[in-house]
Every structure is written in C-alpha cells, then in structure tokens.
Design a protein around this ligand. Structure first.
Ligand code: FAD
Length: 300
C-alpha cells in the first residue's frame, strides 16, 4: 500500500484550502469527504471574497476542480470511520466505510462541526429563513419582521443585540425560559417584545417561516429569524489520537499543529464553534504551511 504524505479528512473550506496548498507544494495527499458539510442546507453562502452569494455545492465543486491541476492530490467521497497511529511504523492508518485502508505520515482533521436544536422543527427552516450567523445571512434578512429564538439568557442577549443592527423589528422567543428584569427593561427600551411561553410549532412552507405558534394559543407572524444551536464534533478522532483538548472542548493547536506529533487541525472542528468560510479556509492554509514545513525539515 502506497504511503501518503498527508491524509486530509474533510473537504470543507478548511480541508480544501489545505489540500490546494499541499498539492501546490507537490505533496502526495488524499482528501476524504462524505458530503455532510453543515452549510449544505442553505441556498447561498455570503461574505467569501469574490464568491459572495455562491451556492455551497458550487463553492465546493470549484475548489475540487482547481485541485485537479495537481496530480499528487486525490479526492475520495468515502467516510473515514477509524483513525489510528501505528506507533512502530510512525504512520497513521485510516479505515473508510468501504473497508479501504490508507497510510500517511501526517493527518489533518478538518471535519467541521454539526448543529443540534432545542426543538426539531427548526431544522425545516434552518438555512432557508432561520439562521445562526447574522454576518452570513443578516443582509438578506434586513428590515424584515424577525424572530430571535434562544433559550439561555446570555445567548439571547448577544444574538438580539447583534441582529438589531440588521432589523429593528424583532421579537424574542425563549421557549419557556424566564428572563431577568434588567433584560426585559433593556429590550422594552428598544421596543423588542419578548414571549417566554413554550413554542408549540413553527408554520411556513418550503423552508420559509411564516409564524410561531405558542402553547398559549398565540400565533405570531414572522418572516425570518435567528436561532442558537448547540454544536458538536461529528467524531472522536482528536481524542483517539490523544490530542490535548481544553475544558472548553477546544483542541489545543499552534499553527494548526495539535499536541500529537503528525496530527494537524483546521476549521471549525478545532473550537467546536461556528466561524465562516473565509476563516476556515485561512485555517486550512495555515495548517498546510505547518505540514509542509514539518515534512521539509524532516526530509531535507
Ligand atoms: C445554514 C448555514 C449558513 C451558512 N452561511 C455562511 C455564509 O453565508 N458565509 C460563511 O462564510 N459561512 C457560512 N456558514 C458557515 C460555514 O459553512 C462554515 O464556517 C464552514 O463551512 C466551516 O468550514 P470547515 O471546513 O471547518 O467545515 P465544513 O465546511 O463543515 O466541512 C467539514 C467536512 O468534513 C466532512 N467530514 C466530516 N466527517 C467526515 C468523515 N468522518 N469522513 C469524511 N468526511 C467527513 C464533512 O462532510 C464536511 O464536508 C454557514 C453555515 C450554515 C450551517
């Protein structure tokens, strides 16, 4: 079996950008992606310089097409199901869902994160009319009647203040959670209404939200909004490779290098928190510089 210089797991902007830099540095790499990028639910991606408004799938296809110029890069749509270090050979071994095995000197984890919502109906509207990132989707929601759906007070305050920049027509829904008087007074000053009653249902069609029905029987009309998901890593690869992870679940890195020799991290998977296409791509680029430098110093 051929030994690769590096295996990149995840072809989001982080992994793709790393693959481009490594391909251009003539490194023999394989990149794996199972098409579960969390932004696949949305119609357009915004804010990436020169690609504002692009469809997520088109963004990915352009990046993959560019990689075709570099013969040392291969792309596979297999899911990586196991990653381990073969200590004696000082190599990483991965296994895919098709029962294929690959060996590499180094490994880059760029597998992103996934969302969980406090109630499942949000999924039907997420990426179409309910979003989590105002920088990504605030412009398209500007001046609309918006809902802020958030349970924890600190998340709700942060998101509401931020979104107020794009629309002043805001109603906050806490889904049964109470708010302090200070917050109520602050929001009253800005004429932001608050409903603390539990949400019974969301109504709309084709992903476009029209109203929020409460257990009290009220049905409040809204045409878009922002929510606060919780995020998790879709695998335990960093733990299995003994990478140091801090109390906030962040994988400790320096220039993309994890604390385990030969293991690198890029993109949202590092912090288990949301960022942006641009930031993830920059992370991938940075990690690829480190990978290439480490290979160079090892072999020169
Ligand atoms: C609804 C929505 C709208 C957004 N809009 C914008 C926007 O307008 N502008 C913006 O800048 N950002 C936007 N984002 C955020 C943006 O999508 C992320 O910041 C970015 O994609 C993170 O890049 P990443 O490379 O870290 O992870 P991802 O893009 O999530 O890529 C990780 C990849 O790893 C793959 N993978 C995971 N596990 C495995 C495995 N075991 N085997 C093989 N492959 C695996 C996944 O399939 C995925 O393709 C949006 C996000 C969402 C959810």
């Amino acid at each position: 079996m051929e030994k690769l210089d590096c295996i990149v797991i995840g072809a989001g902007p982080a992994g793709l950008s790393a693959a481009l830099t490594l391909g251009r540095a003539r490194r023999k790499i394989a990149i794996f992606d199972n098409g579960k990028n969390r932004n696949r639910v949305t119609r357009e991606s915004n804010g990436f310089l020169t690609r504002d408004g692009i469809k997520p799938q088109v963004f990915k296809e352009i990046a993959m097409k560019e990689l075709e110029s570099y013969p040392s890069v291969s792309i596979s749509n297999e899911t990586v199901i196991q990653v381990k270090k073969e200590e004696q050979k000082d190599l990483f071994l991965i296994k895919t869902s098709n029962n294929h095995f690959y060996f590499a000197e180094r490994i880059l984890l760029a597998t992103g994160i996934q969302e969980e919502f406090s109630f499942s109906q949000i999924k039907q509207y997420y990426g179409k009319s309910l979003f989590s990132c105002p920088y990504c989707d605030g412009w398209e929601q500007r001046d609309k009647p918006l809902a802020i759906i958030a349970e924890a007070e600190k998340h709700m305050i942060h998101l509401t203040k931020l979104v107020y920049n794009w629309s002043k027509d805001l109603i906050v829904f806490t889904n049964g959670h109470q708010l302090s008087n200070n917050v109520r007074n602050d929001f009253a000053r800005k004429e932001i209404k608050i409903y603390t009653t539990r949400i019974k249902n969301l109504h709309g069609d084709n992903g476009n939200i029209k109203s929020i029905e409460l257990e009290s029987g009220d049905n409040i009309l809204r045409s878009g909004g922002f929510v606060v998901p919780s995020f998790y890593r879709p695998n335990q690869f960093a733990e299995q490779l003994n990478c140091q992870i801090n109390e906030n679940k962040r994988i400790i890195t320096d220039g993309g290098r994890s604390t385990t020799n030969g293991v690198y991290i890029a993109g949202e998977t590092e912090t288990v928190g949301p960022s942006s296409l641009m930031m993830a791509a920059a992370d991938g680029n940075k990690a690829a510089f480190s990978i290439n430098m480490d290979i160079t110093l090892d072999r020169f």
